[in-house]
Every structure is written in structure tokens, then in C-alpha cells.
Design a protein around this ligand. Structure first.
Ligand SMILES: Nc1ncnc2c1ncn2[C@@H]1O[C@H](COP(=O)(O)OP(=O)(O)OP(=O)(O)O)[C@@H](O)[C@H]1O
Ligand code: SF4
Ligand SMILES: [Mg+2]
Length: 361
């Protein structure tokens, strides 16, 4: 990727909460970059640090260390006026459209608020732009005078998108923008985001749990586990040739809409619960749940390594695991026996809207 193509670079970003022995590293040395006009999907289980990463990128949090560079500029070292410009260029759409809209303001005023802050025109110009935005996101002029409680979840999210677009951003962090919505509405909102991206040349960081949806909307995907990025690849490659044991487990845990006769033992695939995020283990954070973990994995921290162009993984054993086809020939690996017996084909694309973890526990 040439320097010219890159809009956003996240470089060894670390953000913790708490102090001393209780320090929780919500984002721990995370690095990735996003090209202009692309959608970078960020996936991982609840609590793995996706929102914290998004909030730090848009300056809602200051990082402990590391950098976020937007157009080459460190966004946490901006002058007051540069910070105001960045606040306009980088917007965020939130998971809960109800909580993110001021209940005492009409939708029209909510949309105009950012434009007022950035002195983007006279009141009549702002009104004209507000009506244009309502139209752009599939709402009507009559909606301008209504309050958020008078809207459905899908309409509220459309209003949230209009508010973000009002200040003419270049980049939007979409933090689980569809997970609070009915399945039928989810597709409408995702298609709206895709259309707006094309029309307005937007760049997205799309945060989600739903691997199927992330694949649909993203050009590239980063997989997070307990504050760290464990794999980055083009969306298609991640789904067909994932390398990290956690990514493979996540993909195999997607329920298959056309199940085979043989049952799939999901518990055997993604084992155990996510460990406490408090503290910073010396080794790989996935070691307690990884069927391939060795002593070295518990003492040495893996770094992102290049698998192929645009594909990187953070696993000490990725080469040997790929060479040995993830232990298919290793009789000591019960994990693979279970997987082979169940006939799971990790290369098969699963088209589903949800993901289950350890449901039988
Ligand atoms: N303001 C905060 N103070 C203390 N801890 C926090 C704060 N915000 C997040 N955390 C913790 O940081 C970790 C990461 O949280 P975060 O919300 O970023 O995860 P997430 O991946 O977005 O999860 P979800 O998918 O449930 O939204 C969690 O353990 C969370 O409890
Ligand atoms: S480094 Fe070790 S524990 Fe971590 S994912 Fe790789 S094999 Fe598993
Ligand atoms: Mg979140």
C-alpha cells in the first residue's frame, strides 16, 4: 500500500483503564492502516477492545502510548484549530442510536448542531442542508421536527448517520451500527452505508461481532482478541485462508445454515471463556484457549508477521501449523480429531447473521 493511499495509520496504539495491578489493557499495541475509500472491519468477542480502539482514534480517549496518524498527522498532538478540523473529518456512528441522540432535541436540531459548531452556513443554508441530509439517509422533511423517541430503531440510526454526515467527514468509525436493530433493518442500514460511501468517497472503520456482515461490507478485516490484533487480511482471504487459531475458531463457530448430518461440537472448537483482561500476560493472550499452545506461547509475546501481501498474523506457531494443516496429522491433537470428525470445512463460506459462542455451557 503506498503512503499516498493511506488515510489512517494506527501505530502500536495502547489504551488502558485503571492503575497498578488492576490495570486493564483494553487496547494493547494495536497497529493497522486504512486506505482512502476502503472499509476496514474490526471483529472480535465482546470486551476485546473494539470500541476503545474506535474511541481513541476519534480522540474521545487519549492513548497511553502509540499513535493515530490521519493524513500523516498525529491526531493526539494537534493544535486547537487542527483538533476542531479533525473532529469534523473523523466522525463516529454508535451502536445504540437511542442513547447517542439527545432526547430533548428534535432530529433537525441534532443534525444541524455539528454544522453550527463548525460555522457551516446561515440558518437557512443549514436548514436546506439538513433537509438534503434527511433525504440522503431515507428520512422525510416531516421528520425534522420530531424527537428521537418518536422514531423506530432503524430511523434513529438513519438520523445518527445524517448527523455524522452533516459536517462532511472523510472518515467514519461505525461502532456496531446495526447490532441493536432487527435483522430486516440491518441490511437496509448496511446498504445505506455502502451507498453513501460510494457517493461521498468515505472511509470506514466498521466494528462488529457479526463475521458474515463484516465480510459483506469490508475490504480488509482485523481480528481482535483481548486488546490485541491477531490477524489482518483482505476480507475474502481471511474467510478462506485464515491462519490464526482464534480466527479459525471464530469462523468455525458460525452456525451453518445447511448443517451436515454430523453434529458440530462448537465447544471443542472455541474452548473456555475469555480470560480476565486485567494485567498484561508475558506470552500470547490466546494461550489459555488455544489447542496448539506450548510453553513458549505462555512466555513469548507473538508479533504480527507477514503471511503474504496484505495478510499478517500474530502467532508464534503459524508456519508450522499451516505446514501441518493444523495438526490433521498430529494424533495428539484432540481438537483436530473433533473438527475432522465433525466434517467442518473452514473454507466454506457461511452466510448467516449471527454467531454463537459456547452455547452449551
Ligand atoms: N471507560 C472504561 N473504564 C474502564 N474499563 C473500560 C472502559 N471502557 C471499556 N473498558 C473495558 O475495556 C475492555 C474493552 O472494552 P470495549 O468496550 O472496548 O470492548 P468491545 O470490544 O467494544 O466490546 P463489545 O463488543 O461488548 O462492545 C473491556 O474489558 C471493558 O470492560
Ligand atoms: S502463539 Fe501459541 S497460543 Fe498463541 S495462537 Fe499461536 S499457537 Fe496458539
Ligand atoms: Mg463495543
Amino acid at each position: 500500500m503506498s503512503e499516498h493511499d493511506v488515510l489512517l495509520e494506527v501505530d502500536e496504539l495502547t489504551k488502558s483503564f485503571g492503575t497498578g495491578a488492576e490495570t486493564l489493557y483494553a487496547v494493547d499495541s494495536v497497529s493497522f492502516s486504512i486506505r482512502r475509500g476502503e472499509t476496514f472491519g474490526l471483529v472480535g468477542e465482546s470486551g476485546c477492545g473494539k470500541t476503545t480502539c474506535g474511541r481513541t482514534i476519534v480522540r474521545l480517549y487519549n492513548p497511553d502510548s502509540g499513535q493515530v496518524r490521519f493524513d500523516g498527522q498525529d491526531v493526539h498532538r494537534l493544535s486547537r484549530s487542527q483538533a476542531k478540523q479533525y473532529a469534523r473529518k473523523a466522525q463516529m456512528i454508535f451502536q445504540d442510536p437511542y442513547a447517542s441522540l439527545n432526547p430533548r432535541m428534535t432530529i433537525g436540531d441534532i443534525i444541524k448542531e455539528g454544522m453550527r459548531v463548525h460555522h457551516m452556513g446561515t440558518e437557512s443554508e443549514l436548514n436546506a442542508r439538513m433537509y438534503e441530509l434527511l433525504d440522503q439517509v431515507g428520512l422525510n422533511r416531516e421528520h425534522a421536527n420530531r424527537f428521537p423517541y418518536e422514531f423506530s430503531g432503524g430511523q434513529r440510526q438513519r438520523a445518527g448517520i445524517a448527523r455524522a454526515l452533516a459536517v462532511e467527514p472523510e472518515f467514519i468509525v461505525c461502532d456496531e451500527p446495526i447490532s441493536a436493530l432487527d435483522v430486516s433493518i440491518q441490511a437496509q442500514i448496511v446498504n445505506l452505508l455502502r451507498r453513501l460511501q460510494k457517493e461521498l468517497h468515505l472511509t470506514y472503520l466498521f466494528i462488529a461481532h457479526d463475521l458474515a456482515m463484516v465480510r459483506y461490507i469490508s475490504d480488509r478485516v482485523g481480528v481482535m482478541y483481548l486488546g490485541q490484533l491477531v490477524e489482518i487480511a483482505d476480507a475474502e482471504e481471511l474467510y478462506s485462508q485464515s491462519v490464526h487459531p482464534y480466527t479459525r475458531a471464530l469462523l468455525s463457530a458460525i452456525p451453518d445454515p445447511t448443517p451436515s448430518d454430523k453434529p458440530i461440537c462448537e465447544n471443542s472448537i472455541l474452548q473456555g471463556d475469555v480470560p480476565s483482561p486485567i494485567g498484561r500476560p508475558a506470552g500470547c493472550r490466546f494461550a489459555d484457549r488455544c489447542p496448539y499452545a506450548t510453553d513458549a506461547c505462555r512466555s513469548t509475546r507473538p508479533k504480527l508477521e507477514t503471511v503474504s501481501a496484505g495478510h499478517s498474523v500474530s502467532c508464534l506457531r503459524w508456519r508450522e501449523l499451516v505446514e501441518n494443516d493444523y495438526g490433521k496429522n498430529d494424533p495428539s491433537c484432540t481438537f483436530c480429531d473433533v473438527r475432522q470428525e465433525a466434517g467442518i470445512n473452514l473454507n466454506r463460506v457461511r452466510n448467516t447473521n449471527s454467531i454463537r459462542y459456547n452455547e452449551n455451557k
